[in-house]
Design a protein around this ligand. Structure first.
Ligand code: F3S
Length: 757
């Protein structure tokens, strides 16, 4: 479906030379991760070796994928770049905004009406700028990417944390924020700290109840939720070759749960089979032609301890099924120890709901394995003791498994099929419960199980396991059940045991679909108009920010001096505000409302210098007042200002409300870069103690801008209410290009100017 064969050919054509150059720059054999990364340097030339875990490097990913929640602001921004099409093949997937309630058809109809303006916008903007558009109901972003776009040795970014799912087809696929997607679509470099590489050697072969899911559930137990931070996890060994491509996808998907940048497998026959089965035989053939580039150098596999930052070995022959949870995905329990853990910790033993599917586990293989258990239940006269739902990952999978009678099998057991969308996985679940205060247990084949993730209820204990284990538990309705050893009682009182699941890797009659839900963009989108209603409170077209006026900035007002931790969540809170993420003016009403004012220790109460009487108001109100009077403002902050997610709203909102500079003791790097991209001044105190000189009634001048140069500090003059002044030195990290962004008013303004010639 519209995968870009020419792009893949170009990637493979350059790989050999680039890898060769990287090998000689690094001076040793290369891991697969390094091969793919060096083959995707921005500008294409390998001129030096980068230090893993240290060097910041500019990359040029091959693709971008966006889900509908994060795509809104990303695309509104991309429109500012003035480009006729995205610089790389890109897609939009409508999967996050569909709420699971009654079942697929009804839920989809409601989503289509409630989110109509968002879907219309995304469809029209995709049509105009050459982006592939996957309609609501087409499927979950990561499954659709795996089925259509992922390719061995490629590199992509996606605006969702489980983008690494594409590692199942040998792609370096990284979850990012919307601002990163804009950069890549606008043709800019994409920066990443060169990751460390963790090797996981898989030996043996899975059998019985153990599945690919159990590999990552075990790895999560070993590495914990932080153990993969800043690293790419590279799986290899004969055990890896025995896993289906979709099983590999499950493992890579859940690498997000250990904080890994991404995870990847080397190209093998299982990947070729999947590519062929999903209509991409040419890609399989091309990949086979460069096979040596799509795996680590042989020396790495012979002596892995010399080449990986950390090495883990797992024997699939002896791997047990795992159940992880509750409340964290790294609490890993082998099934043989789980019942005792449930009793010991007093977790609710009655299982209320079992949920299978999601982007993590809804392959044909997953569904057939789960259905083989469901069928046994039906044949043995067992009925499901818990609620049971199935979320197919895509319409391709749903249509195929329905054709093959598998959905009927679930229905016979009392299962409900939900829309091909995120649904309960992202908390879009109107769960039926008589008492939300009751401590209760659910089990899913999803990836995340933090408190409140699925149903918003802190009393829900969510566990994670493979779809077949979830199905067996749902039949038993009891968390202390071990399907490998225990029996169940039928309606006639007979004791029966479930036999091992049986899965089919690829559909014997092939995949089929009537309408995959894909909308091909117009060949020439210049005449297409983007649909945004001026009355909408969820979407608003952006106005370009004003360019620098060419002078020093004089007479700015202090908006807030924030004290202590000020993360992107303090700057732009999530929760109910996410509804407005496509409407900059509306979402700006959350700007800095979580930050603590250093002068009164209160959140969201700052002094408005232009107001008599009670001058304290909400931060956005004061900022709007200054802006209305044509006065710029300054935010002062403490250490590591802007840490947390890479949310671009945290930089756009201050810019929109007239903040000209953010002056802090130190920045979180990504936020600092985001400020630069929006044409703001991100400055740091040369002497951190100068933070104490800033007073509540100060007006502020920023001096030296007419000679703004890399490495040359600027000056800030503080005018205090008593007439005294302080002149302090402030530092910056702007390079030439970033100074040009400042002068143009934003990075996108500069691109638009260049585009216009
Ligand atoms: Fe959606 Fe859950 Fe995956 S939210 S993208 S199904 S992790």
């Amino acid at each position: 479906m519209a995968f870009d064969l020419e792009m893949i050919k170009a990637v493979y054509a350059n790989m050999g030379t680039r890898i060769e150059a990287a090998r000689s720059a690094v001076g040793r054999p290369l891991t697969l991760t390094e091969k793919i990364l060096y083959a995707h340097l921005y500008g294409g030339t390998v001129s030096q070796a980068y230090e893993r875990g240290v060097s910041y490097v500019d990359f040029a990913p091959d693709r971008v994928a966006m889900q509908d929640a994060t795509a809104q602001m990303a695309l509104l921004q991309f429109m500012q770049a003035g480009k006729p099409t995205a610089a790389v093949p890109s897609t939009v997937h409508c999967d996050h905004l569909i709420q699971a309630k009654e079942g697929a058809d009804q839920d989809l109809a409601i989503a289509n009406s409630e989110n109509k303006e968002v879907y219309d916008f995304l469809a029209s903007v995709s049509n105009k700028y050459g982006l592939g558009f996957w309609k609501p109901g087409a499927g979950i972003i990561h499954q659709v990417v795996l089925e259509n776009y992922a390719f061995p040795g490629g590199m992509m970014i996606g605006t969702d944390s489980h983008t690494p799912n594409a590692g199942g087809l040998g792609m370096i696929a990284i979850g990012v924020g919307g601002a990163d997607a804009v950069d890549v679509m606008a043709g800019m470099a994409w920066e990443l700290k060169f990751p460390k590489v963790i090797g996981v050697k898989l030996t043996g072969k899975l059998s019985g109840w153990a599945s690919a899911k159990d590999v990552i559930l075990k790895v999560a137990g070993i590495l914990t939720v932080k153990g993969g931070t800043g690293a790419i996890v590279e799986y290899f060994g004969e055990g890896a070759e025995n896993l289906s491509a979709t099983g590999k996808g499950t493992i890579c998907n859940m690498g997000a749960e250990i904080g890994a940048t991404t995870s990847v497998f080397s190209f093998d026959e299982k990947m070729a089979t999947y590519l062929q089965g999903t209509g991409r035989a040419e890609v399989a053939e091309l990949a086979a032609g460069v096979r040596q580039h799509l795996r680590a150098d042989e020396e790495v596999y012979q002596n892995p301890e010399n080449f990986y930052d950390q090495l883990i070995e797992i024997d699939l022959n002896t791997l047990e099924p795992y159940v992880n949870g509750p409340f964290t995905p790294d609490a890993a329990w082998p099934i043989s120890e789980f019942a005792a853990a449930v009793r010991e910790h007093g977790w609710p033993e009655k299982l209320e709901v079992g949920l299978i599917g999601s982007c993590t586990n809804s392959s044909y293989e997953d569904i057939t394995r789960a259905a083989s258990i469901a069928k046994q239940a039906a044949d043995k006269g067992l009925t499901v003791q818990a609620e049971y739902t199935v979320t197919p990952g895509s319409e391709l999978v749903r249509y195929t498994v329905e054709r093959d009678g598998l959905l009927d099998t679930f229905a016979q057991m009392g299962g409900v099929v939900l829309a091909n969308a995120c649904g309960p996985c992202i908390g879009q679940w109107a769960r039926h419960t008589d008492d939300p205060k009751r401590r209760n247990s659910i089990i899913t084949s999803f990836n995340r199980n933090f408190a409140k993730r699925n149903d918003g209820n802190p009393n829900t204990h969510a566990f994670v396991a493979s779809p077949e284990i979830v199905t067996a538990f749902a039949i038993a309705g009891d968390l202390t059940f071990n399907p490998l050893t225990d029996t169940l009682t039928t309606s006639t009182g007979e004791q029966v045991k479930l036999s091992e699941p049986e899965g089919i890797e690829m559909p014997p009659r092939g995949f089929a679909v009537e309408d995959a839900g894909y909308q091909q963009p117009a060949a020439d989108g210049s005449g297409v108009s983007v649909m945004v209603s001026p009355e909408s409170d969820r979407l608003q077209l952006l106005e370009p920010f004003k360019p620098w006026e060419g002078t020093d900035l004089l007479g700015l007002r202090l908006l807030i001096k924030a004290k202590g931790k000020c993360t992107t969540d303090h700057i732009s809170m999530a929760g109910p505000w996410l509804k407005y993420r496509g409407h900059l003016d509306n979402i700006s009403n959350n700007m800095l409302i979580g930050a603590i004012n250093a002068f009164n220790e209160q959140p969201n109460a700052v002094k408005d210098a232009l107001t008599q009487g009670n001058p304290y108001s909400a931060v956005p109100t004061v900022a709007r007042n200054y802006k209305a009077q044509g006065i710029g403002s300054v935010v002062v902050g403490d250490e590591n200002y802007g840490e947390g997610s890479s949310r671009e709203h945290a930089a756009m909102e201050p810019r929109h409300l007239g903040v000209r500079a953010v002056l802090v003791k130190s920045f979180a790097r990504i936020h600092e870069t985001n400020l630069k991209k929006q044409g703001m001044l991100g400055l740091t105190f040369d002497n951190k103690a100068d933070y104490d000189l800033v007073e509540e009634d100060d007006t502020i001048d920023i001096l030296g801008l007419t000679d703004f140069q890399p490495g040359k500090p600027l000056q800030v003059r503080l005018h205090h209410a008593d007439g005294d002044t302080d002149l302090i030195t402030v530092n910056h990290t702007y390079n030439e290009g970033q100074i040009a962004w400042f002068k143009a008013g934003s990075a996108l303004n500069l691109i638009r100017q260049m585009e216009a010639g």
